[in-house]
Design a protein around this ligand. Structure first.
Ligand code: GAL
Length: 652
């Protein structure tokens, strides 16, 4: 477990670098990320490279024992490149070409831009690839940030046509697959196909879904181009990308198969809580700490994306600038976020940024230091974690223990739901997050994994929804002995976005005989009620009307008589979105049914195991006793965990 920091030497006079590097080492920081927005300083004019400053920055940091993550600078192409090739600019869904003057002003599909990326990355990896202090490379920066995906350019259109031709081979097959006879949408050739945008009403959902798949593949190949160059010239170094929280515009599992050693992500719990579609009361309650499950959710997701290896590349360390409101975080919370990340398996927690920059777009974004070099409040907490880490090094477990619960997260599910929501407030990631919170509130550790993962070792597998049900899920259910819980809309659609012929839940019927004969979305004031395991609750947003097969039990019914929860053997199906109380009861029911030890936690308290260590993380305002066995050896805190504090003890 290491601490890191994001540093921009190009923003500060050279005489400060030495002092900064020394201070970093003193604070317990081991790793520094640099250079990811420095293209205009590396190549100020076409083909003229200026390396002296970066050589010096790298040498200075290395002299103090710091290891380096070098970011490729492709998220911010310089003005001369944009002027030379304006066609590399991205195009928004309304047809507007985005302009130079901030960052991410490039089209991921542009072959010209890709050539320039290969050139600049090639120059950098040849120069620094073998440097002993360089331990990792980050490609680009937060691909897709600022709504730059999808991009609707001519290059994207041409690429999409080629992608479709390869997938369907002949246009007749595409017309059938998409159902283009509807509204006379038939094409005579792939060259007639346009991008699914600016149509008077909805574009064909099959067209939209394929475009999203294409865009996702474009992102993966954009990363792969850089990853190949890094591998060739910087052997043995980790290749990573800094993903975002709650972002699903491309399939991160596919991305990870294109040359990724670690899934790194950027953790901003306070603004993330502000921008998620959470109830106003939750946003208010957690305004200065972030919601207790918001970071944990992404830690667990990215640990899965990275095949067990996860870093926090950017950790919020004070107030930021990009949410509608940006409060100063609660004292103690930066330390809590750090330990929480480690508890969830992070190998590195790297703070954004070393020093607040007094100019340009992010001047209202704090860092570990104020612009005049004083340690900020967050910086002080980092110092504390640095000291704690040094003391604990020996007792810290290296790897994250496998959880008993697997939650299936599927990027295509997000695209399918977003393409045909049916109800304005239906959102895939929000649904998954609600299920995740309910599991965590029962004290359970959760691994978030892709729907193609072998889940045989898990006691309970939950899928909040999987509209396109992969065939092997049914096989895994048949062969395995674990318990499964599915949510509404599961198995409802074919690969090409049509209703499945046997009606939903499609292939799942083989292990759970039932049919969905109607589906409805519900306005917030329409809330069918039911009682389950002593809890009264209601449906939210969506309800499937189910007809159970003969051997399928209806274990809960809505007050209007419709089935709410169905079960056949080890497979359970919830027909609706549920409110928080009901979801809690459902998760408790399924966890106990799967033989797990689940118990409701007090508000704001969460538990998580890493190797031999168990952590209690208290986001709440009250102290709580932790569930440590008598005589447990504490390595952090003690048997009562205070508000905004952490305790950890050795188990086993
Ligand atoms: C991230 C980005 C950083 C910085 C930060 C501010 O999205 O990668 O460069 O802008 O947000 O919170």
């Amino acid at each position: 477990m290491q601490l890191g920091v994001c540093y921009y030497p190009e923003h500060w006079p050279e005489h400060k670098w030495e002092i900064d590097a020394r201070r970093m080492a003193e604070m317990g920081i081991a790793r520094v990320r640099i250079a990811e927005f420095a293209w205009s300083r590396i190549e100020p004019e076409p083909g003229r490279y200026e390396w002296a400053w970066l050589d010096n920055a790298i040498a200075t940091l290395a002299r103090h024992g710091l290891t380096l993550v070098i970011g490729t600078p492709t998220a911010a192409p310089p003005k001369w490149l944009v002027d030379l090739h304006p066609e590399i600019l991205p195009v928004a869904s309304d047809g507007t070409t985005m302009q130079f003057g901030s960052r991410r002003h490039y089209d991921i599909s542009s072959p010209i831009y890709r050539d320039h990326c290969a050139r600049i990355v090639g120059e950098m990896v040849r120069r620094y690839g073998a440097h002993p202090a360089v331990v990792a490379w980050q490609t680009d920066n937060e691909i897709g940030c600022h709504d730059t995906l999808p991009s609707y350019t001519r290059a994207a259109l041409l690429g999409f046509r080629r992608w479709l031709a390869a997938r369907y081979e002949n246009i007749g097959a595409l017309n059938v697959a998409w159902g283009n006879v509807f509204w006379s949408m038939e094409y005579r050739s792939f060259e007639e196909i346009e991008l699914p945008v600016r149509t008077p009403t909805d574009a064909n959902p099959a067209h939209v879904l394929d475009f999203r798949r294409f865009q996702s593949d474009e992102v993966a190949s954009f990363h792969a181009l850089q990853a190949r160059l890094i591998r060739a010239h910087s052997p043995g170094r980790d290749v990573l990308h800094n993903f975002m929280g709650f972002y699903a515009a491309f399939d991160h599992y596919v991305f990870a198969r294109h040359g990724l050693d670690v899934a790194a992500w950027d953790s901003y719990p306070v603004p993330r809580t502000e921008v998620l579609p959470l109830p106003e009361a939750d946003k208010h309650r957690w305004a200065r700490t972030g919601h207790p499950d918001v970071s944990a959710f992404s830690h667990d997701l990215y640990r899965g994306v990275g095949n067990g290896r996860m870093w926090v590349m950017e950790q919020q360390a004070g107030p930021v600038n990009w949410a509608p409101w940006n409060p100063v975080p609660e004292p103690g919370i930066v330390r809590l976020w750090t330990w929480e990340a480690f508890a969830h398996g992070a190998e590195l927690v790297s703070y954004f940024r070393w020093r607040q920059c007094p100019y340009a777009q992010e001047q209202m974004h704090s860092g570990l230091h104020t612009p005049d070099d004083a340690l900020s409040a967050g910086g002080g907490e980092v110092e504390q974690v640095g000291a704690e880490l040094r003391q604990l090094a020996a007792s810290l477990g290296q790897s994250s223990a496998k959880a008993h619960v697997a939650l299936l997260f599927d990027y295509e599910a997000d695209w399918v739901i977003a393409t045909q929501r049916h109800g304005v407030d239906i959102d895939y990631q929000h649904l998954v997050f609600e299920w995740y919170c309910a599991l965590r509130e029962c004290g359970l550790d959760v691994d978030i994994v892709s729907a193609s993962t072998d889940v045989s070792g898990y006691a309970l597998v939950v899928a909040p929804t999987l509209p396109i049900l992969p065939g092997h899920v049914v096989e895994q259910i048949r062969k395995g002995s674990n318990h499964w819980l599915f949510g509404p809309r599961t198995g409802a659609k074919s690969e090409t976005f049509s209703i499945v012929p046997q009606l939903p839940p499609g292939k799942l019927q083989e292990v759970l005989p039932m049919r969905i004969v109607a589906s409805e979305s519900l306005r917030p004031s329409v809330r069918p009620t039911l009682r389950f395991d002593g809890v009264t609750g209601s449906a939210l947003r969506w309800r499937d009307h189910a007809e159970p097969g003969e051997q399928t039990e209806t274990i809960a019914r809505f007050d209007d008589g419709l089935p709410a929860i169905l079960r056949h053997g080890r497979v359970t199906f919830a027909t609706a979105g549920f409110d928080r109380a009901l979801l809690g009861a459902l998760m408790m029911h399924c966890a106990r049914g799967a033989g797990l030890d689940a118990a409701a936690l007090p508000e704001g308290l969460r538990l998580r195991r890493r190797g031999p260590l168990r952590f209690a993380i208290n986001y709440g305002a009250e102290p709580h006793p932790v569930p440590a066995p008598p005589g447990a050896k504490f390595v952090l805190g003690g048997p009562i965990v205070g508000p905004v504090d952490v305790a950890a003890w050795l188990e086993e």
